[in-house]
Ligand binder design. Structure first.
Ligand code: GLN
Length: 577
């Protein structure tokens, strides 16, 4: 099944080719507002990111804002069960997973302020009220909340995001939820007013909706979209563009009908039907003239050469031409919901694409591996997945459910030389397993799971808060220093001795045990700048047994897979790491 190495393909380091200059410097910021109707989860985030890619292909600097109308300040306190993965940004912001889509699609680095929530806006306004900024006034949703939203958007839109200090030229704003939700009303109103603040030529509204296909003949139904556009118009926003999610390409007469009933020109109704892979989404919109329409709206030129789209076309084709397979067992606790591990999946996909093979993820519910389930079908099938895998991945996590199962999976990987990658909790798990079974420390554990463990192997970090859960973890980008060149991390990170990756944890490996663990072969090859905090583990004499206290998945990009994930996939394929 393993493919010929010579077929391995390498993308250019940067999707933008530096020799090419932008034909389109814009006079002032252009905003693309993406709203959604009918139901959530139809791919609004991917549509918004794809529009960003098309705008970027015009040679423009693009940034993105996600509006989440819930009351939480950020996603950090929400369960991945309810809300999908918490995406961590360089600055330590704990954000909605759509920020990950933007970073990956647009190759930008966003900040916590790029994720706007009701919680953030209200606390800003209430803080100002207490200071006396509105002295004498009655503080109200309109204009105080709506002004604050507009100020926030303008400020963040003008913040550089591409690693240079150049101000972006296009800002894609995605409005979370669906139009008509009570809590999104102030944001819709703010965006309505925003047209007058920035001028209608500098803003466009794009509505993402669903066209269900029903019946034996597969009729494409427009009514749900008509209703959701009516809702939007009742709020004072007339969409300029419609993107309709559907299983099939929209028929011309369906586009015509939508145009008629939604007051959108026929050329501005785009079909977002099912395609073979995600890289085809921007190309599908492009083929229907999305960029011609949007450039005309904003008065922008379209350059004859758009190398960025060529790169996307290459990726889409390569994705369709994968052969062979790598099987990774993902041993976690939110295995029913792939959104809970979105960036981990993306990092694996980027790595498999890099190696030219299909990715097959076997979801293993960690608790099913535990001895207490012995003799049951779920125990047997969970173990057959783990034993049949080319590589084992234990991703990040919180809470004690499934911990013993994860420890058994790490033990299996260690003893049977199966490639293993442990991310954050996965590093802690591997260390606990090693302490128990190689150091003979019976009952070794993390104090997160057993406060009275006789051998605290993973402990609460001194700077953490035990009373406040929001934003108090060790978060965001931190430096890891490699301790030696003689390790897989050095090779995977292209000979870098200083690595910058993103963190999100409260517990860490107990520094008092490090010498004993190292003596038995568990090497702590990456540490923080003080040398006190363990960041990377590698096991001596094992082809690939690797753990990171940080979360490398958040910085993985198409064409630039995250090094530890690439290491896992390569090792799982039996290729040199
Ligand atoms: N629960 C562990 C900690 O807080 C691991 C966190 C994680 O995997 N993100 O340290």
């Amino acid at each position: 099944m393993i493919e010929d190495e010579t077929e391995s393909f390498h993308f250019p380091d940067n999707l933008d080719r530096p020799t090419w200059t932008a034909p389109n410097p814009v006079d002032c910021m252009k905003y693309v507002v993406v709203s959604g109707g009918v139901l959530s989860g139809i791919g609004k985030g991917v549509t918004a990111s794809s529009i960003g890619v098309l705008m970027k292909s015009l040679g423009l600097r693009v940034t993105a804002i996600k509006i989440d109308p819930y009351l939480n300040s950020d996603a950090g306190t929400m369960s991945p069960f309810e809300h999908g993965e918490v995406f961590v940004l360089d600055d330590g912001g704990e954000a909605d997973l759509d920020l990950g889509n933007y970073e990956r699609f647009l190759d930008v680095t966003l900040s916590r302020d790029n994720n706007l929530t009701t919680g953030k806006i209200y606390s800003e306004v209430i803080g100002k009220e207490r200071k006396g900024d509105y002295l004498g006034k009655t503080v109200q949703v309109v204009p105080h909340i709506t002004d604050e939203i507009q100020d926030w958007i303008e400020r963040v839109a003008h913040t550089p995001a591409d690693g240079t200090d150049e101000v972006p030229e296009i800002c894609v704003i995605e409005l979370g939820g669906t139009v008509g939700d009570i809590e999104s009303a102030p944001f819709v109103e703010a965006l309505r007013q925003f047209q007058f603040r920035v001028g209608s030529k500098n803003i466009c509204f794009l509505h993402v909706s669903l066209v269900p296909v029903i019946g034996v003949v597969g009729e494409q139904k427009t009514k749900p979209t008509q209703h959701s556009v009516k809702g939007l118009m009742a709020s004072g926003i007339q969409p300029d563009f419609l993107v309709c999610r559907s299983s099939e390409p929209l028929l011309p007469e369906v586009k015509r009908k939508l145009s008629l009933f939604c007051h959108v020109s026929e050329e501005a109704v785009f079909s977002a039907h099912d395609v073979s892979n995600i890289y085809r989404v921007p190309l599908m919109l492009e083929e229907q003239g999305a960029i011609v329409q949007m450039a005309a709206h904003f008065g922008l030129d379209i350059p004859t050469e758009r190398p960025l789209l060529r790169d996307w076309g290459d990726m889409a084709q390569r994705m369709d031409a994968l052969s062979g397979e790598v099987r990774i067992a993902m041993v976690g606790k939110y295995t029913g919901l792939s959104d809970s591990y979105l960036s981990v999946i993306k990092a694996l996909q980027h790595s498999a694409l890099h190696e030219g093979v299909n990715l097959s993820i076997d979801w293993v519910e960690a608790s099913n591996l535990e001895n207490s389930n012995e003799g049951t079908d779920k125990h047997e099938s969970a173990w057959s997945l783990v034993k049949g895998a080319d590589g084992i991945l234990v991703p990040g996590g919180f809470g004690d459910r499934g911990i013993e199962g994860k420890i058994l999976a790490a033990k299996h990987a260690r003893e049977n030389t199966v490639p293993y990658l442990g991310v954050c909790l996965g590093l802690q798990i591997a260390t606990i397993e090693f302490a128990r079974n190689r150091l003979g420390l019976k009952g070794a554990n993390s104090t997160e799971f057993d406060e009275d463990t006789p051998h605290p192997t993973v402990i609460f970090m001194p700077e953490g808060s035990r009373t406040h859960m929001g934003g108090t973890m060790r978060l965001g980008s931190r430096q890891t220093n490699l301790q030696t060149q003689d390790c897989a991390a050095y090779r995977l990170y292209d000979g870098e001795m200083e690595i910058h990756e993103r963190h999100r944890h409260r517990y860490e490996v107990n520094p008092d045990l490090v010498t004993a663990l190292e003596e038995k072969g568990l090497r702590f090859v990456g540490r923080d700048t003080e040398g006190e905090r363990m960041e990377i583990i590698e096991l001596e004499g094992h082809p690939f047994f690797f753990g990171t206290q940080y979360h490398p998945e958040f910085k993985s990009r198409p064409g630039r897979p995250s090094p530890p994930f690439l290491g896992l996939v390569k090792a799982a394929l039996g290729r040199p790491v």
